[in-house]
Design a protein around this ligand. Sequence first.
Ligand code: UD1
Length: 384
Amino acid sequence: MKVLSVVGARPNFMKVAPFIHEIQRHNEANEKLVDHILVHTGQHYDPLMSDIFFERLGIPRPDHNLNIGSGGHGVQLGQTMIAFDELLQEVKPDWVVVIGDVNATLSCSVIAKRHQIKVCHIESGLRSFDKRMPEEINRMVTDSISDLLLTPDTISSDNLRREGKPEESIKFVGNIMIDTLVKNVEQAKLLNTQEIIEANRFKNLSVVQSAIEENNFGLMTMHRPSNVDDRNVLLSIVETLENKICPKLSIVLPLHPRTEKQLKTFGLWERFTQISGLVLLNPIGYLELLKLNTEAKLFLSDSGGIQEECTYLGTPCITLRDSTERPVTLKEHGGVSVLVGNNMELVEKYFNDFLTKDRQPQKPALWDGNTAKRCLEAILSFQD
Ligand code: UD1
C-alpha cells in the first residue's frame, strides 16, 4: 500500500512525526509494507518555522517539496493545488493523509479526490462554528470529502454525525499531537531554561531585555489575524502587556513572523520591544517550548495546539480568541483554558486569577500516546 502524507505549516509537523514513526515500526514487524511518501507544500519555509522541527522530531526529509511559500490565501491554495495536481499525475498513492486545518490540508484533499484517491483526515471533526476563521473553512471542506475521518475527541465525532457523515467513516482515535508530547516531555524537561532563553533571544533588538527567574514567568504566543491584523486590537494587547501583565510577571514570547511584520506595519514595534519584563525570542523549537510550558505559571495564546498542550500539562491558559474548535480544552469541559477574545478586561481578570493557581493536568480520553497506532490501523483496515 502506498500512503502519501501532506504537511505545510508548523502545527502539522508535530502531528505527522508519530504517524511516520508508526509506519516505520509497522514495516519492521510486517511483511506487507506500507510505502510512505512525505510531501511538504512549503507554506512554512523559514528554518525556524520548519527545518528545526524535522531535525528535532526525527521526521525524514520530505520526498517532495512544493515550495509554495508565503502569499495571500488564494495564491497559497491555488499554487498548492496546481503543484499537488502535477505531483499526483506522477506519484499514484492509494491514500492521501492530510492533517489539521492549514491551507495544505484543504488544497491537497480536494486535488486528491479529483484523482479519485482515498483521503484520510487526521484531526477531523473540530469545529469553532466561526466561519471568519480560515481554518474553519479548511476543516469543513476537508471533512466533507474525506473517506476516513479520524477524530481527536468524542465532541468532534458528534460534530461529524450531526453533519450527516456516514458512521463507518468516523473513527475516534485520540489526539495525535499528544503522542509527540508524551514521547518528548521527559527529554524536554532536561533542557535548561536560561540556556533556552539566551540561545533564542530575538535578533537585533536595540534594547537589552530582562532576564527571567526560573519557574516565575508566563508564556505567550500570538499570530492569528483576529489579534494581529487590526491596529486597534494589537495596540490594546501591547498596552495590556505594558501596563497590566509585565509589571507583575515576566512574559516570554517567541515571536511569529506574521506578528513581527504587523507590529512594524502599524508603527508599534519600538513600543512593543521596550516593554519592561517582556522577553522576546525568535520562533523556538518544539522541545524548547515544551520545556518552558512545563514551568510557566500561565500561558496567553491564540494557538489551537497550545490549548491542548496546556490541558495535558495543566498550565492555566488564557486563549485570546472568541471561539475554539477544541472545546475539550475549556474549563467547563474539564480543561484549563478560558476564552477571552479581544476583551482586555477579561485578560487582566484571568491573569490575576491564574497567577495563584496550581497546575491541574488533565487527560481527556485517548490522549494516551497511542493515537498514531490507531490512525494506521484505521487506514489498513478500511473497507471500501
Ligand atoms: C498558518 C495556519 C494557521 C497556523 C499557523 C501556525 C493557515 C490558513 N493558517 O498561519 O492555522 O496556526 O500557520 O504558524 O494555513 N512567514 C514567514 N516565514 C514562514 C512562514 C510565514 O516569514 O516560514 C510569514 C510571512 O510573512 C507570511 C506570514 O508569516 O505571509 C503568514 O504565514 P502563513 O503561512 O500565511 O500563515 P500563518 O499565519 O503562519
